[in-house]
Design a binder for this molecule. Structure first.
Ligand SMILES: [Zn+2]
Ligand SMILES: [Zn+2]
Length: 152
């Protein structure tokens, strides 16, 4: 599941070409930064990290628009509780977001699979309800942090 940043970028480029999506240099740069961050990264950190091609600073709205594009097309998930962004582990395959978020170090893992989403939409209260957005965020301690805390 831990594909390298290069593999994820190559997959995103192939996907964009296949679907006729314009992965502009800026969108690609934002995506690459999100991929390399390996944990949720906030919009302000992205704005700081982007190197404009002609000097100066990239306007924040441009970065927000690039993020909207990446979220809309399933390259990136928005982690609401952290107001930050994480690269999707299965870009191009529409799915509900499910994440394990460590409260100590911020490490975030995506849980692939649609079983939970189908279970929820099959439950009687959900009949006739049109789900537009589903994100499940489980917070707790990752195994590294559990070990570290146990040893201190
Ligand atoms: Zn995903
Ligand atoms: Zn942790």
């Amino acid at each position: 599941m831990s594909s390298s940043a290069e593999q994820m970028l190559a997959r995103a480029e192939a996907l964009a070409a296949e679907r006729g999506l314009a992965l502009t240099p800026l969108r690609r740069q934002v995506y690459e930064l999100v991929v390399r961050a390996r944990k949720p990264i906030g919009a302000y950190d992205l704005i700081d990290a982007i190197k404009p091609q002609r000097g100066g600073r990239v306007p924040p709205t441009t970065v927000y628009r690039a993020l909207d594009f990446l979220v809309e097309h399933g390259f990136v998930h928005r982690i609401a509780s952290k107001n930050a962004f994480l690269a999707c582990c299965e870009a191009g395959k529409p799915h509900a977001g499910q994440f394990l978020i460590c409260e100590e170090c911020g490490a975030t893992l995506e849980i692939p699979g649609d079983e939970l989403a189908s279970t929820l939409s099959a439950s009687p209260p959900a009949h006739g309800f049109e789900v537009r957005h589903q994100v499940v965020e489980l917070s707790g301690l990752c195994s590294d942090c559990q070990q570290r805390l146990r040893n201190t």
